[in-house]
Design a protein around this ligand. Structure first.
Ligand code: P70
Length: 470
């Protein structure tokens, strides 16, 4: 065997290395069970990674949602929880942090993102209206539908092609949106629902130029624009890096400008904002706020806690500040990219360019011999778990659910398995282990069989569906 000279990560890519802007103060042991035990656990979970016990998982890349490590400052903030039913001081800290960093006037805490989605959908959608958006997200679309709305995908076509290298695959196709307005009339459009970054497209960003043009189109038709701000900080990183005129602007400044073009935003704070639970909803319009503030007491709690404990709101207020720091965002996305670079170099099909929060394996090309109805992405998630105890998530035909009218499967172009990287949790060595496991599963791909669904729940079926091997 030839002995290769070891090189650091930076040297391998011809640059000086950088490192995470933190050190580790507390550790949580990981456990790896045997292959036989994993086989048993997988059958018991009906080949659905959502149904595995986390004790049976080695490296958990199911989601970046609520799985981040909090900082010492956030933990200290937890001890300063003011658990008053009404008017908790922590609420005012949270309100101030959202106003300062996202720029909206009125702020409501919610138990998590879908709590906020529910409220905005109920208040801002009239039955029969359309809600155009830059690709669907599962919970977002469901709440829009439950409010009587109909989601219309107006993302650029490039977003549906995992190999297209467009740097802003989250952009809205203004011609598609224009055609919809023409067809149904501006009055039949509840609002434009814009996510930055776009989760289902692979964590792909929206450019500021596209948003500015979109804003103009909306204003000219009197249509409101609401943001899904869940991973907006990560979107700002791509604008800073890739869009002309933003290299010298901070992440915080870019986020603030982005939000200035919107009428409000909902947030799953479990992602960008570095907390284990929480969300918020923020709007500028006084009347809209009035309605939301009234509805929140029915579903979430009083408007100064919205389903959160005082300590949760304090951790969130601090998490918002920390999430805007440039060196934090660079190392977070840098880690995702590192895993992406390894897999790309080894010829493993992934969504390109690599997005903000995850590597999305392209299960269609990975398992070219499986048809979509054999759940290639679900199969890949199962095989990765079997190989190494790594947990990933299906983002393909199972996630897409059924057509509300015809009852047939929605068959999305993207059939992906998501390796989602929690923030501030795993090291580069963990990424190496993950990459090698993906490679091992890839090497065995030709002998892999697909799955059949044996149990299908009515709502968001991917969470609880069961499968068996074909
Ligand atoms: C994920 C999580 C949540 C999410 C999101 C965007 C862009 C809203 C929400 C809802 C959790 C998840 C949710 C549904 C299916 C699978 C996983 N995404 N908007 O892992 O927020 O979960 O706080 O209610 O990504 O991507 P919340």
């Amino acid at each position: 065997m030839t002995h290769l000279k070891p090189e650091t990560m930076g040297q391998q890519f011809g640059r000086r290395s950088w490192a995470e802007p933190w050190k580790i103060k507390m550790v949580e042991p990981l456990r790896m069970i045997s292959r036989e035990e994993r086989e048993r656990a997988l059958v018991e979970a009906g080949y659905n990674t959502f149904l595995l016990r986390s004790d049976d998982v080695y490296i958990d890349l199911l989601t970046d949602s609520g799985t981040s490590a909090m900082s010492d400052r956030q933990w200290a903030g937890m001890m300063l929880g003011d658990e008053a039913y009404a008017g908790s001081r922590n609420f005012y800290h949270l309100e101030g942090a959202v106003q300062r960093h996202y720029g909206f006037r009125h702020v409501l805490p919610t138990h998590q993102g879908r709590g906020a989605e529910h409220l905005i959908s109920q208040v801002a959608i009239k039955p029969g209206q359309f809600v155009p958006g830059n690709m669907y997200f599962t919970t977002t679309r469901l709440h829009q539908e439950l409010a009587g709305g109909q989601f219309v995908d107006v993302i650029i076509d490039e977003a549906h092609d995992p190999q297209d290298l467009h740097p802003f695959k989250g952009d809205v196709d203004l011609a598609k949106l224009g055609a919809l307005i023409e067809r149904v009339g501006a009055g039949q459009i509840a609002y434009v629902s814009l996510a930055g970054t776009v989760n289902m497209a692979g964590g792909q960003p929206v450019s500021m130029a596209n948003l500015r043009a979109l804003r103009e189109l909306c204003i000219s038709h009197g249509i409101r624009l609401f943001l899904d701000a869940t991973r907006l900080v990560e979107n700002a990183f791509f604008i800073q890096e890739q869009e002309a005129g933003f290299a010298e602007r901070s992440i915080a400044e870019i986020v603030l400008e982005f939000c200035s073009y919107a009428d409000g935003a909902w947030m799953s704070a479990k992602k960008d904002n570095l907390v284990n639970i929480g969300g918020w909803l923020a709007v500028n319009d006084d009347e809209l706020f009035e309605e939301l503030r009234n509805l929140i007491v029915v579903y979430e709690g009083l408007h100064t806690y919205g389903g959160l404990a005082g300590r949760d709101m304090e951790a969130l207020a601090i998490g918002i500040e920390e999430s805007m720091q440039d060196d934090h965002v660079r190392s977070r996305i840098g880690q995702v990219r590192y895993l992406g670079e390894l897999l790309t170099d080894w010829g493993i099909p992934i969504v390109q360019p690599v997005g903000g929060h995850a590597i999305f394996l392209d299960a269609r090309r990975f398992y070219a011999h499986l048809v979509q109805d054999e759940f290639p992405a679900q199969t890949l998630a199962a095989e990765l778990y079997l190989d190494s105890g790594i947990r990933s998530m299906e983002r393909g035909i199972a996630s897409a659910g059924r057509d509300a009218k015809t009852g047939d499967h929605n068959r999305p172009k993207l059939e992906l398995t998501r390796l989602t990287i929690p923030r501030r949790v795993y090291t580069q060595a963990h990424m190496d282990v993950v990459a090698e496991s993906v490679k091992a599963v890839h090497d065995e791909r030709e002998s892999t069989r697909g799955l059949r669904m044996t149990y299908e729940p009515k709502y968001l079926r991917f969470f609880q569906a069961r499968f068996e091997r074909l």
